[in-house]
Design a protein around this ligand. Structure first.
Ligand code: NAI
Ligand code: F6P
Length: 382
């Protein structure tokens, strides 16, 4: 099997690319970062530090790399069996035109073999959103062919992979936790289902996507935002602070109560899932900065994301949400000079004030109780 993976970053090298290479898939990375591209092209491999109680160094070999904006990437899309991405939600739209060109070329070359595309991003049905971008870039008369030959397969992806420790001289070095989970929607594939170790198939993807995004990512984001408020630089330091931890655990439980209602999860198993996540946040072998996990606060405060969607769920089922509200207020307090969305958040707060800002970013009604509660919590945090 041949694959092209967009995004040779932390998840690309440390999770999806590694898993594909381990499964003997002939793998090429597509990226735009010249340092990563040069290093991958010349070395054809890299080391992955898997850290936990028992640290191991695992080697990925026989991989290649191309510029994602160039003709080589288009040519590969015409040939490969699998395209995966881990570029970040905002980049999907940017890579769609070249993917569309590759699909047109595939058709022109008469390649009728099935191709499956899987976006591995922190998004609800990210591949379906990517499909829309690709279809926007396709001429009308190509759409039926693509519909018939290309599977757009949604997935949930879970492995904590922070950037390499500062001071590391190897641009390809990557450090990952031992835990990993990649779950894909088996109902969306074209052709035979792939058999790739570490890729789990399900016909109930939404439950897994929401379980992951609205437990791990909800808790992680709130750890980052409250952690920054309390002066902590890392996720581990933040989650070891009992005042932060209590809110984070409470918010994951509130979100969990929604998931249990919506998907019928077993309450005891869900409590164990939360406990395991808290221990992953504490991982002493990972240096994970609150600024990485809190990045892009406008995205994280948007209607379908990890803070607001669980809150809406608590309203739908009439469940408590006090801790989620504190998390939302802390997100509004998030500051980072390096993060354009954090700077935009400050600008919005300065011009519109907290109530209108939150309403605008989240889609919550400005005059609602929940917005009033979040604004009150936000003001108390000053
Ligand atoms: N790091 C983590 O622990 C996890 C991340 N994710 C998700 O995975 C995705 C990627 O995250 P990370 O790997 O952490 O980010 P990252 O920033 O380490 O990697 C993104 C990569 O995409 C590349 N890129 C940017 N523009 C591109 C383009 N036009 N074409 C091709 N490549 C391009 C960048 O150069 C970079 O190498 C995000 O959606 C994130 O939410 C999901 C689970 C875990
Ligand atoms: O990648 P995003 O969506 O900015 O959010 C960061 C989150 O993603 C992860 O990197 C992986 O799920 C988490 O570590 C963290 O909760």
């Amino acid at each position: 099997m041949k694959a092209l993976h967009f995004g040779a970053g932390n998840i690309g090298r440390g999770f999806i690319g590694k898993l594909l290479a381990d499964a003997q898939v002939e793998l090429t990375f597509a990226d735009v970062h010249p340092v990563l591209l040069d290093a991958l092209k010349s070395r054809k491999g890299y080391n992955v530090n898997v850290v936990g109680e028992q640290a191991t160094v695992e080697t990925v070999s026989n991989v290649n790399a191309v510029n994602s904006a160039g003709q080589e990437a288009i040519d590969l899309i015409a040939q490969v069996d699998l395209v995966t991405t881990a570029v970040g939600p905002t980049i999907l739209e940017k890579i769609a035109p070249n993917v569309a060109k590759g699909l047109i070329l595939r058709h022109q070359q008469g390649n009728e073999s099935p191709l499956n595309i899987i976006a591995c991003e922190n998004m609800v049905r990210g591949t379906s959103q990517f499909k829309q971008h690709v279809f926007n870039a396709l001429p009308e008369d190509e759409k039926a062919w693509v519909e018939a030959h290309v599977g757009f397969v949604d997935s949930a992806v879970d492995r904590i992979v922070p950037p390499a420790a500062a001071g590391s001289s190897d641009p390809l070095e990557v450090t990952v936790e031992t835990f990993s989970e990649w779950i894909v929607d088996e109902t969306q594939f074209k052709g035979p289902l792939p058999d790739i170790k570490g890729m789990e198939l399900t016909d109930n993807l939404m439950a897994f996507v929401e379980r992951k995004l609205f437990t791990l990512n909800t808790g992680h984001a709130i750890t980052a935002y409250l952690g920054q408020q309390a002066g902590h630089a890392t996720i581990r330091d933040a989650i070891l602070d009992s005042t932060v931890r209590d809110v984070v655990k409470g918010a994951m439980e509130e979100s969990g109560a929604v998931l249990i209602k919506r998907y019928g999860f077993d309450a005891e198993k869900h409590a164990a899932y939360i406990k395991k996540i808290l221990s992953r946040f504490e991982n002493p072998y990972l240096q994970d900065d609150v600024e990485r996990v809190g990045r892009q606060p406008l995205r994280k405060l948007s209607a379908g994301d990890r803070l607001i969607k669980p809150l809406l769920g608590t309203q739908e089922y009439g469940l408590p949400h006090a801790n989620l509200i504190i998390g939302i207020a802390a997100a509004m307090r998030y500051r980072s000079e390096q993060d354009p969305q954090a700077l935009e958040l400050v600008e919005l707060l300065d011009t519109l004030g907290p109530k209108a800002t939150l309403a605008q970013i989240s889609g919550l009604p400005a005059e609602s109780d929940v917005v009033a509660e979040a604004v009150s919590a936000y003001e108390k945090m000053h």
